[in-house]
Design a protein around this ligand. Sequence first.
Ligand SMILES: Cc1ncc(COP(=O)(O)O)c(C=O)c1O
Length: 399
Amino acid sequence: MPTTLSSKGLAVKSSSTLEITAKAKAMRASGIDVVTFGAGEPDFPTPENICEAAIKAIRDGKTKYTPASGIRELKEAVSKKFKDFNKVDYAPEQIVISNGGKQTLHNIFSAIINSGDEVIVPVPYWLTYPEMIRLVDGVPVFVQCTKENNFKLTAEDLLSAITPRTKAVIINNPQNPTGTLYTKYELETIGNIAVENDFFIISDEIYEMLSYSSKPYTSMASLSPEIYAHTITSSGVSKSYSMTGWRIGYSASSIEVAKVISSIQSHQSSNPSSISQYAALEALTGPQDTVRHMAEVFEKRRDFIYERICEMRFVTALRPKGAFYLFVDCSQAIGTRYRGERIKNIKQFADILLNDFYVAVVPCADFGMPKHIRLSYAISEEEISKGMDRIESFLNELL
Ligand SMILES: Cc1ncc(COP(=O)(O)O)c(C=O)c1O
């Protein structure tokens, strides 16, 4: 029948994170005081200097098409950021500016995957990776990581998942949803395995500036010339500069890969918004004090939310080392009774929290972890405190 839709399109799950955020927003709009731990974005406004740069770009008439892969000045600024912050040399020609980290990752998968190629995805994972891989006819190969290893991929895990079809492994550092942070040695181990077995490492570093370690952040591509050659780095300004709505991300890779990414983008979307590119240029070249301030505030909130969760029954959590997520193991709560009803799964757990206690959390079944929830602490300490009181009241009711 001519109106049949594509089976690939129909198979895509819509993002449960965005759904829960939308539901909580709708409840708020109807006057209910919902505490939202769902959002994957900083609660800070975009810094004033960045907004001003965008306004200036409009006034200066920078409102036309730019080169599909982005303006030269921004690529140069990204190149300098890589040199100064990541200790990696990427020439502007190796960089492609896209519509957020999401398009960047989609471009990367499109550039390297042939039908049936496998991408190793450590579990838990950011829910978008498997959908993106399938959209380009790739096969996500899931590797379960353990709590004992802070949900990080080990050499044994990685080696056991390699097949002749392995095209890449994806590493997100710091990680969504666990807040885990890889050490230099752990990254080196993964990188060397990829080199020895000749597959790509896609290094998603979107949360790079939100690490709470006293040690400098380690980028995969900085580790050795061989690892550099096998790495495609993905990052952007969304999380570091509180610019989620502006949609600017970027990839850094070999020139060969960058050319393919650029060609794909030239037909798919052309350049990302010219105005946002000038805003991102200011973000990267202007004062960096707001980034530091944001990271300090997140760290304080991290300590606060982690202490609160540790006091509660039926739940445990790892102390996050980066990003702004607390990953909570609720397995002890599954199977308990709430007001006479048995809690069967994590979705029901999250639904009760939202409907009866007005707290929005992200159930992590779509992140590969069906007994966990993710709490984003990108909300004020006051809201965190109120929300944690409500979660505690719920847990105290469980029998
Ligand atoms: C792990 C990870 N990578 C990439 C992205 C994409 O970010 P952007 O908003 O720039 O598309 C996100 C956003 O939530 C993320 O959590």
